[in-house]
Structure formats: structure tokens, C-alpha cells
Design a protein around this ligand. Structure first.
Ligand code: FES
Length: 142
């Protein structure tokens, strides 16, 4: 048994073990930095600011779709609940997903699949000082 331990604990094997431990520590530090950078970027992109003076109609803002009819606003995520494609099209009174053709009303209600869910309604507030609608793209209503 002692012979086996002595064989395994050669200087070469100890150096290999130390290298593995050092590399795994460096890799963990790198992954932590990457995760922190991603979460900072996510937080930066979380709130979308949109001008208050939108005309009536359907408006696309990257992650957000806003339908305005008079004083009524519907603020939706543009991410299709089927497989996550971005919806950027409004045809024949329907929001249409470019990937597999799911269709939704301007208020985000599912009209035609393959999706099985409505679009997500997003939380927002009015920033009167800046004259903007501020949409929280990570917070749904309901
Ligand atoms: S991702 Fe929109 S229909 Fe499939």
C-alpha cells in the first residue's frame, strides 16, 4: 500500500495536480467575471424608454410592442412564447411571428398557433419628467 502511495505521489504527479487546481481556479474566476458582465448588460437593457407622444397604432421597439388606441396602452414583449423569435410584423390586424407563423391580436391574445400562449404583457410606468414610458422587459403583469 505504501509503495502504491509513493508511486502515485511522485513529483511529476504532484505538479500535474497543482496545475489542474490552478487552472480550475483561473477558469472559475473567468466564468465569474463573465457572469457578472452578462448580468450588468442584462440590467442595462432591462428598461426600455419610449416617447410618451406615440400616435395610435402598433409600434415596435426591439424587445417591446406597444399598441395605442386613444388613451389605452398595451405593452407586450416582442418575444414569441412558442420558441422565442422576435415579432416585428403587424399584418391584417395581427401580430405575426416570422418563425412558425403564430398570430396574435394587437393586445397579445393568441389567434393561431403553433404557440399555445398569449404574448407577455409587460409592466411599465410613466416618467413624466423625461416624457417617456419606461417598460420593464423582465417584469410581466399577471
Ligand atoms: S417562435 Fe413564434 S411561432 Fe414559433
Amino acid at each position: 500500500m505504501t509503495n502504491l502511495i509513493n508511486k502515485l505521489l511522485t513529483r511529476k504527479n504532484l505538479l500535474k495536480l497543482m496545475m489542474i487546481i490552478m487552472l480550475s481556479s483561473v477558469l472559475k474566476m473567468f466564468m465569474d467575471l463573465l457572469t457578472a458582465a452578462n448580468s450588468r448588460e442584462d440590467e442595462k437593457n432591462r428598461h426600455v424608454k419610449i416617447p410618451l407622444n406615440l400616435p395610435d397604432g402598433v409600434h415596435f421597439f426591439d424587445q417591446v410592442i406597444i399598441t395605442k388606441k386613444g388613451k389605452t396602452l398595451t405593452v407586450l414583449s416582442s418575444i414569441c412564447p412558442h420558441l422565442g423569435c422576435r415579432i416585428r410584423s403587424f399584418q391584417d390586424d395581427r401580430l405575426v411571428c416570422p418563425c412558425h407563423g403564430s398570430q396574435y391580436s394587437a393586445e397579445g391574445k393568441l389567434i393561431k398557433g403553433p404557440s399555445r400562449n398569449d404574448l407577455t404583457i409587460l409592466a411599465y410606468y410613466f416618467d413624466e419628467k423625461e416624457g417617456k414610458i419606461v417598460v420593464d422587459t423582465k417584469k410581466s403583469v399577471i
